[in-house]
Design a protein around this ligand. Sequence first.
Ligand SMILES: Cc1cc2nc3c(=O)[nH]c(=O)nc-3n(C[C@H](O)[C@H](O)[C@H](O)COP(=O)(O)OP(=O)(O)OC[C@H]3O[C@@H](n4cnc5c(N)ncnc54)[C@H](O)[C@@H]3O)c2cc1C
Length: 393
Amino acid sequence: MDRHEVVIAGGGVIGSAAAYFLMASRDFDGTVAVIERDPSYETASTPRSCGGVRQQFSNPENVEIGLFGHHFVTHVGDYLAIDDAVSDLTWREHGYLFCATQDSMATLVENHAVQTRLGADIHLLNPGQMKARFPWLRVDDLAGGSFGQSGEGWLDPNTLLQAFRAKARALGATYIHGEVTKIHKTVGNIEAVGLADGTTIACGTLVNAAGAQAGRLAGLAGVPLPVAPRKRIIYVIDCREVLEPVVPLLIDVSGAFVRSEGTGHICGISPPPDQDPDAWDDLEIDYHWFEDIIWPALAHRIPAFETIKLTSAWAGWYDYNTVDQNGIVGPHPQIKNFILANGFSGHGLQQSPAVGRAVMELVTTGGYRTIDLTRFGYERIAEGRLLLEKNVV
Ligand SMILES: Cc1cc2nc3c(=O)[nH]c(=O)nc-3n(C[C@H](O)[C@H](O)[C@H](O)COP(=O)(O)OP(=O)(O)OC[C@H]3O[C@@H](n4cnc5c(N)ncnc54)[C@H](O)[C@@H]3O)c2cc1C
């Protein structure tokens, strides 16, 4: 039977980031195997992501993670170059713009204090300042907004995934095409994983990086994990008018969001919880959200969007933490060699550098050395203590 010091179930951006940081660490001299059931990543969340990186979160950990995410993607050559070849992540640093009404302004002000205390370059704007900066924006019903002056933007998610994967392999990680269908454990210890083709692979540590399927994977070890796939649809639109400056990732008070993409724009919305059923197998496009909710809301906020053309759309699954919409990261309290890296609820792409590094720190030192993610641990789920993230887009 093959054995690896660390087996990572799931080779998306989280699993590949963990593999990279382990292989790159001077404190790790074991072997890493990444087991991925679909190396084409056809339905994985990562390539279907919008690639956004931000610091505008309510929890300090998420702000710090976002700061490291920005550092990582803007210094990607220092980490992921292979023979001096550096992947072009097509990083666009145009910021996030959260819009607020009188009611929601207090939350933005509260979050802004956390973000700036940690060094994020976020500015509160009044409606006049918003209009001066973004002349195409309607502001008469806004109390203000917060804008990432620098450090926030977006990149091509699949290029980041492939760069992590290629570098992890170049450093010696093994990628295995297979599906984990069994987890063999004794009390308090994972011994091996079983694959659908009958292979068994022994491990020192198992990392759950199964994305939207993380709840199902944890179930194989008898661990209840509140992570489920939630379908999110992204619509691609063309606007007749050229908007200057380009549209940052704008989050309207309705919850609808939009940003520029090439010469056009992409937009979407997270449905209200009562209209957000689990959708394990379905990636169908539902146009009702665009026609009835997103377009009217965005045309109100950006009047030039009265005349747009919907050109295409895609759907993907958020790896959604149904309890408090924050990552669940760290060893299981009773099964210490089972590390969770799950439930990022729509921000896992930008969190992959920090989470990959955190997994490496847990494996090599048993604790955190950089960003302290203790509060993201599974304990809070087991004990019913929520760590709510207010800024889920
Ligand atoms: C529409 C959309 C927009 C998004 N926008 C953003 C954004 O702007 N910014 C941001 O930070 N995040 C965003 N996200 C979220 C982000 O894409 C995810 O949080 C992130 O990609 C999760 O990475 P992952 O590696 O955990 O999951 P995945 O990329 O899904 O990878 C998990 C992998 O595990 C494999 N797997 C599952 N079960 C098994 C098994 N039993 N055995 C072997 N392999 C298995 C799967 O095949 C898959 O390849 C968005 C997501 C969507 C859907």
